[in-house]
Design a protein around this ligand. Structure first.
Ligand code: FPP
Length: 271
């Protein structure tokens, strides 16, 4: 953890009780989150769906700050999928507006916590005003060395893999890639997440239990935690509970629990 427990959660709060159970040296390095349930949160309050997104910003802010204070290296938030364009125009425009507003307001917080901002997805297809705001945040935080905050926007895991396959076809056609040169490292170096570790933990809120086209390659060995809370209700305690659940899992990566001297053929290290 980067700071004292008091700076993360106040003594006497239920979040603090969970925080004290966490082992600081076994936190996930990369946490990815599917923020789900904004619409249902609003509908339950007889509010327009967009009010759920607005309320979701609070949870975004709190989760980023907690991750930064805990010293989690990478946090990836799924904010807008390529399928989300099918939503009513007003909802799409509101989401884009909220994103711009969020970046504009929170840039100071990013700099204060030394956070590097990075959007992933088909950013070139977003409106110019959104792209400009994203580029401003990327530039302003480029020399920050704290946590990396990735926001997936107009993102699709299948599209990301399709883009890699296109690179393979191009490189092969140009004679720069032979079939035997293509391995997992090559593919990883051509993903949008190149250079980063795969998520150790994927959290999805709202009780839905799907991956929804998110980081399809990168989630191969991630632990998955389904939180019942709707995203606007996903507060610091909920986030800490997800981290605690992660620490209670046993990660085997296809191997066996704590067995030494197990022969693993070099060509087949997964199970
Ligand atoms: C899913 O809830 C949520 C989204 C599609 C958008 C998430 C966006 C935010 C939390 C706000 C903006 C983000 C940032 C990073 C500033 P849903 O609408 O699918 O909920 P439902 O399943 O209840 O309908």
């Amino acid at each position: 953890m980067k700071v004292s427990l008091d700076e993360i959660a106040e003594p006497g709060t239920s979040a603090r009780v969970v925080l004290e159970q966490l082992e600081p040296n076994r936190l996930p390095v990369h946490v990815a989150i599917i923020m789900d349930g904004n619409g249902r949160w609003a509908t339950a309050r007889r509010l327009p769906r967009v009010e759920g997104h607005r309320a979701g910003i609070r949870a975004v802010r709190q989760t980023i700050e907690t991750a930064a204070r805990l010293g989690i290296d990478v946090l990836t938030l799924y904010a807008f999928s390529t399928e989300n364009w099918k939503r009513p125009r007003h909802e799409v425009l509101t989401l884009m507006g909220l994103l711009k507003e969020y970046i504009n307001r929170e840039l100071k917080t990013f700099l204060k916590h030394d956070l590097r901002f990075r959007p992933i997805g088909r950013i070139d297809q977003l409106d110019g005003s959104v792209r400009r705001e994203l580029a401003r945040a990327v530039d302003a935080t480029s020399s920050c060395r704290g946590s990396l905050i990735q926001i997936a926007l107009n993102y699709s895991g299948r599209q990301e893999l399709t883009d890699v396959m296109r690179s393979v076809a191009r490189e092969a056609a140009a004679g720069r890639l032979q079939a035997n040169d293509l391995d997992e490292n090559w593919i990883e170096e051509h993903l949008t997440t190149r250079g980063q570790p795969d998520p150790d933990l994927l959290i999805r809120t709202s009780g839905e239990q799907r991956i929804s086209n998110f980081l399809l390659w990168q989630l191969a060995y991630s632990e998955i935690y389904f939180a019942p809370a709707l995203w606007p209700d996903f507060d610091q305690e909920e986030f800490l509970k997800a981290l605690l659940a992660y620490q209670q899992r046993e990660r085997r990566f296809g191997g066996l629990p704590q067995v030494e001297n197990v022969f693993i053929p070099p060509e087949d290290q997964h199970g």
